[in-house]
Design a binder for this molecule. Structure first.
Ligand code: FAD
Length: 700
């Protein structure tokens, strides 16, 4: 998502750092990137190197033919992200595998000096794990760090760490070159302390955009000062401040439209052998009434694709298009409504100096403009500051220009977060708020990321529902805000909602519902214990219960097939707002208890006022409102399952709040039950995670 931000996140004017020795100008940048963010940062460094009189050699970690760390003497800068449950990005897998080899000696990389920027998200387990793994191994193999490692958190905004880290990098590289020179004179690099990121001492030259919006009011009278700041208006001091805005790199793509009717072109990425078009067989709304999110269960008929067998715990991707109305609005803004069926040709600008510039791989050849905007580009994307910066150049009105400059400036960082990032404003919403802005198509292609499919967890077991795949989702609602006069639904969930139209009768006949494109996601470690006797605890409030329905359906079948076997006890902690509105799968869950498949069902209702019957909770303690409260109430049994009976604990659902609260509660439980301090408790939990006995499948 931030792909384009960082490649442009260089400030307008910079002082070139003078190198101590003319020959020391070469350094290496290696990146491992899943969604393009790390790649984009790496590319940005490569471009900026020239401003500093340096020569950067940029490679992806999987392009091992392009670099040779075994012999590399120049500083090496690693930019690596982490994906999934702490895994390396696909294009760093081989490198990480290689560097972990036990046969490598402890001085294997003693000639190497490196800096590392790790990208991650604290909402997920194993924050920055790939970066940490590479760093651990580099150090174990004798490499020397020349600059402190940056750990950037997408949960709060990568730029919080990335920007200062990038600022300090140049001084650190200069220091590394100096150490090399000194080491020639007898000092070794290991004597050189890693430079810390320099925040205050790096000066940004102020770009010449200091004219305040309030001063440029066209009536020429007293400056107009708005009463309240909003997306389009600022107040002093920002409106009167000088601004540091990101530099504007020249466009690197060339886009042309050809008058060839491409209406009949077959769909590009949907034409992949792993993507299947399957009918929605049933759609059921699981919630009723107000004050709860709308949850829907869809049953897909996958029987035409026998290879689509899945195990409980698996998730799969749903491919959704951008909304037709938004695509039309975008075409209007681009002034290209009458060319929507023209073929789009995207190529690299011949004279581009952008390092590693490529035509985005997710834009297939010979597609129409309509297809491009419908299936390839995420037109709902929240524009990054670099995108806003680029929009300035295509905005006619001076007040609007100034406001866009503010929003992408250092000084306007808080307002950018408040008015753009936090409300999740789309580029179309920004364009609507700034009507004098008319960006060209190539700018959109350069800045909009790939339209990603949305993953969903299977909420069924193939054993119980052969040829069927169930999933359950909440319809995401974005409320109205400054810049969004009317609320809207999430892209995929809003699309699915419209497709099945739950206003109509709940279950439709076999052919009444449309087909959707789906593909199973590879690599899954969220699995039931293979040993039937292992006890396990499941924590899944709201739609987080989805994979556990699959687990329990599978367990039900296993019990029928193995009547003699010993089964470990099972616990499910579920939570919702109201017992009678959003208690998902209530009948099925209670049925599992009756049949003995589920030994303990603990449900918490965050908004119901009365103590719930059948919740097995004593009234002497405060009513458990959230899953973690119920976990605390049953701490003894949980400790026993996890620490004495070698059991497992699964958590699924909201990454932002619930998973963190559950994690903290588990630490608390371990602390009190084992009478150990916080650090020891954290280590115990980390150990469980390592042993794959504490597993998370979380999203946010
Ligand atoms: P989008 O248009 O993509 O918008 C959602 C984004 O906007 C999110 O980043 C969210 O943080 C943000 N957002 C949401 N509301 C607001 C708001 N009011 N203001 C500002 N920002 C907001 N979801 C399920 O419901 N069920 C599942 O079983 C499930 N399984 C998943 C499994 C995995 C492995 C993963 C990674 C995700 C899973 N998800 C699941 C999440 C799902 O993939 C989608 O992200 C979700 O359905 C929203 O998609 P959307 O296109 O409708 O929303």
């Amino acid at each position: 998502m931030l792909r384009k931000l960082f490649s442009r996140c260089m400030f307008e004017t910079r002082q070139n750092l003078k190198m101590p020795c003319e020959v020391n100008t070469r350094f290496v940048i290696l990146y491992g990137s899943q969604k393009g963010q790390a790649q984009s940062i790496a590319e940005g460094i490569a471009v900026e190197a020239e401003d500093h009189g340096l020569v950067a050699e940029l490679s992806c970690l999987n392009q091992s033919e392009k670099y040779n760390l075994e012999k590399e003497k120049a500083p090496v800068v690693f930019i690596v992200s982490t994906t999934g449950d702490g895994e390396p990005p696909d294009n760093a897998l081989q490198f990480v595998k290689g560097i972990k080899k036990k046969t490598l000696s402890t001085d294997h990389y003693k000639h190497l000096c490196y800096a590392l920027l790790a990208l991650g998200d604290t909402n997920y387990a194993n924050f920055c794990n790939c970066g940490k793994t590479i760093e651990r191994r580099l150090q174990a193999l004798g490499a020397k760090q020349f600059y402190v490692t940056g750990y950037a958190d997408d949960g709060v905004g990568l730029e919080v760490v990335v920007d200062p880290w990038l600022e300090g990098l140049w001084k650190a590289i200069k220091g590394a070159f100096a150490s090399y020179s000194a080491s020639d004179e007898g000092t070794t690099l290991s004597d050189a302390r890693p430079a810390s990121p320099v925040l205050a001492s790096q000066s940004h030259d102020t770009a010449s955009v200091s004219t305040a919006a309030s001063d440029t009011h066209k009536d020429g009278g007293a400056p107009h000062v708005p009463l309240a700041a909003s997306l389009t208006c600022s107040l002093p001091p920002l409106s009167q401040s000088s601004l540091n805005v990101p530099a504007l790199p020249p466009p690197y793509l060339h886009v042309s439209l050809q008058d060839v009717d491409s209406r009949e072109q077959t769909v590009g990425h949907l034409n992949n052998e792993n993507v299947h078009e399957v009918p929605i067989e049933r759609a059921i709304q699981l919630t009723t009434g107000d004050l709860v999110k709308t949850s829907l269960l869809l049953e897909l008929d996958t029987s035409a694709y026998p290879t689509m067998t899945y195990l409980p715990g698996d998730s799969f991707d749903v491919f959704c298009p951008n909304r037709a109305t938004e695509v039309e609005d975008m075409l209007c803004r681009l002034g290209l409504q009458d060319k929507k069926h023209h073929q789009v040709h995207v190529s690299l600008n011949k004279d581009t100096k952008k390092k590693g510039a490529q035509v985005p791989s997710y834009i297939p050849p010979s597609i129409s403009l309509l297809y491009l905007l419908t299936w390839c580009l995420e037109i709902r994307t929240v524009p990054k500051k670099a995108f806003l910066r680029a929009l300035v150049e295509h905005t006619g009105d001076t007040v609007q220009r100034r406001r866009l400059q503010e929003l992408c400036s250092k000084q306007g960082a808080t307002e950018y977060n408040q008015y753009v990032r936090d409300p999740g404003l789309s580029i179309l919403e920004v364009l609507t708020a700034f009507p004098s802005c008319s960006p060209p198509l190539c700018l959109l292609i350069e800045h909009l990321p790939k339209l990603q499919p949305r993953p969903y967890s299977a909420a069924s077991s193939c054993l119980k529902h052969p040829g069927k795949l169930h999933f359950v989702f909440n319809v995401v609602e974005f409320s109205a805000c400054s810049g969004r006069p009317v609320g809207r639904r999430g892209l995929c969930t809003g699309w699915l909602f419209d497709l099945i139209n739950p206003g109509k009768p709940k279950c439709s006949g076999s052919h009444a519902l449309p087909k959707i494109h789906v593909s199973l996601r590879p690599k899954c470690s969220f699995r039931l214990p293979s040993d039937l006797s292992v006890p396990f605890v499941m924590v899944g409030p709201g739609t987080g219960v989805a994979p556990f329905i699959g687990f329990l359906q599978q367990r039900e079948k296993e019990r029928q097939d193995n009547p003699e076997a010993v089964f470990g006890e099972t616990w499910l902690f579920f939570g919702c707002r109201y017992r009678d509105r959003d208690y998902l799968f209530r009948e099925e869950l209670e049925g599992f208890v009756t049949s003995g498949v589920l030994d303990h069902l603990k449900v918490s209702f965050s908004r119901d006022e009365l103590e719930m019957e059948g919740n097995e909770v004593t009234t002497s303690v405060a009513r458990p409102r959230y899953v973690q409260h119920n976990l605390l109430l049953h701490r003894q049994q949980i400790t026993e399952i996890l620490l004495k009976k070698n059991g497992c604990l699964y958590v699924c659902g909201d990454a932002k709040n619930m998973a963190k609260d559950v994690n903290d509660t588990l630490i608390e439980i371990i602390k009190t039950q084992l009478q150990v301090d916080q650090l020891e408790a954290m280590k115990t939990l980390a150990g469980l995670r390592e042993e794959k006995r504490y597993l998370q499948d979380i999203w946010g």
